[in-house]
Each structure stands twice: as C-alpha cells, then as structure tokens.
Design a protein around this ligand. Structure first.
Ligand code: GNR
Ligand code: NI
Length: 172
C-alpha cells in the first residue's frame, strides 16, 4: 500500500468530470487500497480518486466511529437511484479544502448503485453521515466541491486562505 498526495483547491483537476471505470481489475483494486490508506492517514471519512489526481469514478468511505471496527466501503461508478424528500444539514469539510467548514443541505437518505471491490453490482440505502459523505464524494466525481454551494464571496475567501496556507507550508 502507498499513501498518495491529496490535491487542494484551486487545482483545476478538482473541476474535471471523472470517467467511468470499465473493468474492476487488480490495478483498480490497488488504487482503492492506496486511497483508503491515504484517507485513514489524513484522517478523513471519504475520498474520491480525483483528490489524488486520478479522474476515475471511484470513491472510498468509512464513517465508522473510533470505538467501532473499521468499515471501509469501496464504490466504483456510483449512481444515486433514489433520494429522500427529507433534507439534512451537516457542517462539511473536505481534505482538498483543509481547515474550512460550512453547512451544506442535502437529501437525508439516498439509494446508491455501484460496483464493489470485486466488480459486483450493489445497491445500498445510506442515511445520516454516510448519506452526506457519499453525496459529497459523488459531487467530486462530477467536478463539484462543497464550497461551490457557498456564495462567490465566501468561496473566493476560502480558496485564497487555502492557497496561502499551502504556500506557507512549502519549505524553501
Ligand atoms: O473527511 C471528510 N469529512 C466530511 C465531513 C462532512 C461532510 C463530508 C465529509 S468528506 C471529507 C473527506 C473528503 O474531502 N472527501 O472528499
Ligand atoms: Ni471532499
């Protein structure tokens, strides 16, 4: 396994629409394993491939708490097949927008169809934090970051701060 580098806003890659995976092979599984290691190390509860600069429709998730066993989920070519009328608001963060948080409203529950680690089709109902997180990750696959839901003023302010923090952390 290998830990990968996570890209930050305003990297234009984060605006690209990722392309479907056509075959779940060992190369795909290797990337999923590396993404999971990267997510756990961050630490985060989700990660989309585009965040490690791979424009493929793959995400990893683990919303289990510290006291629980790890419960990794691997989703390839995920599609929302149903969303609840009920909405939920969470204070969201993103590993590509480090140290910034904002409320985002989304469907409280979704059904998601996807290929699993073995290339088998699955359909799961997701609720609570898992529902929020999977929608946040599917947004990444479509080139959308949570700050895109904020006003242009707030978004630009956050991008500037992340850029500055990223530059300041470069050791010359
Ligand atoms: O680690 C993460 N936490 C989080 C919290 C609330 C809503 C969404 C998320 S996803 C984020 C990791 C990430 O950036 N995934 O793309
Ligand atoms: Ni994110």
């Amino acid at each position: 396994m290998a830990k990968l580098d996570i890209i930050n806003v305003p990297d234009p890659l984060l605006k690209t629409k990722s392309t479907p995976v056509d075959k779940v092979d060992d190369q795909v599984r290797k990337l999923l394993d590396d993404m999971l290691e990267t997510m756990y190390a961050a630490p985060g509860i989700g990660l989309a491939a585009i965040q490690v600069a791979v424009a493929k429709r793959m995400i990893v998730l683990d919303t289990s708490t510290e006291e629980e066993e790890n419960e990794p989920l691997f989703l390839i070519n995920p599609e929302v097949t149903w969303e609840s009328e009920e909405r939920n608001t969470y204070s969201e963060g993103c590993l590509s927008v480090p140290e910034h948080y904002a409320d985002v409203e989304r469907p409280a529950a979704v059904r998601v169809q996807y290929l699993d680690y073995n290339g088998q089709m699955q359909e799961d109902l997701m609720e609570g934090l898992t529902a929020t997180c999977v929608q946040h990750e599917i947004d990444h696959l479509n080139g959308v970051v949570f700050i895109d839901y904020l006003s242009r003023l707030k978004r630009n302010m956050i991008i500037k701060k992340v850029q500055k923090a990223t530059k300041d952390s470069v050791i010359l």
